[in-house]
Design a protein around this ligand. Structure first.
Ligand code: ZN
Length: 350
């Protein structure tokens, strides 16, 4: 990131690892819509910061205190790499360690993964070794897409056999659909106007699709649920309108989990009537991508067991030197993009 609204390539020295860190040679990475938010200025100026937070690679070197991770290991890193000794981590909110969103370090407070090498803090706790049966391309989806999408399903407290609505079927929403199925949802309503995303959502477990461009999505969901609303809703876009719809479409006593990145505006409104004038006992939860090796190992197990195939979301492939094109595509959502993958092994700018 050269500045707000500007990306490009820059030569940097190969990083060194501190005693508890690992140095990883990047093999594959995914571009995220949140990278586009960052470039648009959502978290302020980040001049000269390397972007990217979803990657797999091979461990090149480890610091003197690293015990479990070894050079040569094929690893996936979490998009969020918490400080595990922090009080927030000890209280079960590791993504918020060292302050709000403090576990989010790559492309926020330190150089990210869109580089030939990156370092990982607390390597033993923030990296997972990829089992042989899982491809790099599948594993890289664990960094953020599976972890965040599943966190939406987990945070929405879906009753077994319950009803769920997932608002927005981008890659995170699609993984929320997959997570809802894994959590035992009985009906999963996917809400999105884009046909290709609707079809993918069905393949991940959506039982019904609501197209918000064809009429009021909340009214349609209420109709589908006998006027009651869904037990659980996941907001996977980060827009005030979908957030409001998620609240209104949820039954009294139900749970809404926001996993969307609200990238602009000063406030996010709650609909007064949809909120039951403040008394409908609806819970609004939120989650930032959970990190950590245990989480990553569980996500990898989902892939080993072939419960979900995230590679269906890969719509475009680029080399490292074409990364700026992938960026523009993710920002403008052109050519039906869902997730562009970057292969660092087929060319090199260095
Ligand atoms: Zn991401």
């Amino acid at each position: 990131m050269k500045g707000i609204g500007s990306v490009g390539f820059q030569e940097k020295p190969r990083p060194e690892c501190a005693p508890n860190e690992a140095l990883v040679r990047t093999t594959k990475a995914l571009v995220c819509t949140s990278d586009a938010h960052t470039v648009a200025g959502a978290i302020g100026e980040r001049n000269g910061l390397t972007l990217g937070h979803e990657a797999v690679g091979v461990v090149e070197d480890v610091g003197s205190l690293v015990r479990r991770i070894r050079p040569g290991d094929r690893v996936v890193v979490g998009a969020i790499t918490p400080d595990w000794g922090d009080p927030a981590s000890q209280m079960g909110h590791a993504s918020q360690s060292t302050g709000a969103l403090g576990g989010w370090k790559f492309s926020n407070t330190k150089d990210g993964v869109f580089a030939e090498y990156f370092t990982v803090n607390e390597a033993d706790a923030n990296l997972a070794v990829i089992p042989p049966e899982v491809s790099d391309e599948a594993a890289v989806y664990c960094s953020d897409m599976l972890s965040t999408g599943f966190a939406g399903a987990e945070g929405a407290r879906i009753p077994i056999g319950g009803t769920v609505a997932v608002f927005a079927l981008g890659p995170v929403g699609l993984m929320a659909v997959a997570g809802a199925r894994l959590r035992g949802a009985g009906r999963i309503v996917g809400v999105d106007p884009v046909r290709a995303r609707q079809e993918l959502a069905r393949s991940y477990g959506a039982t019904e699709i609501v197209d918000p461009s064809q009429g009021d999505a909340v009214a349609r969901i209420l109709e589908l649920t006998g006027g009651i609303g869904v037990d659980s809703a996941v907001e996977a876009l980060g827009a005030e309108s979908t957030f409001a719809s998620a609240i209104s479409a949820t039954r009294p006593g139900g749970t809404i989990c926001n996993i969307g990145y609200h990238g602009h505006g000063d406030t996010i409104g709650i609909p007064r009537i949809g909120w039951g004038v403040g008394m409908a006992e609806k819970t609004i939860a939120s989650a930032l991508c959970p990190g950590g090796s245990l989480r990553l190992e569980r996500l990898l197990r989902v892939l080993s067991a072939r419960l979900v195939d995230p590679t269906l979301m890969t719509t475009h492939r680029f080399t490292f030197s074409q990364l700026d094109r992938a960026f523009a595509m993710m920002r403008d959502k052109t050519d039906g993009v869902i997730k562009p993958i970057i292969d660092f092994t087929t060319d090199s700018t260095g």
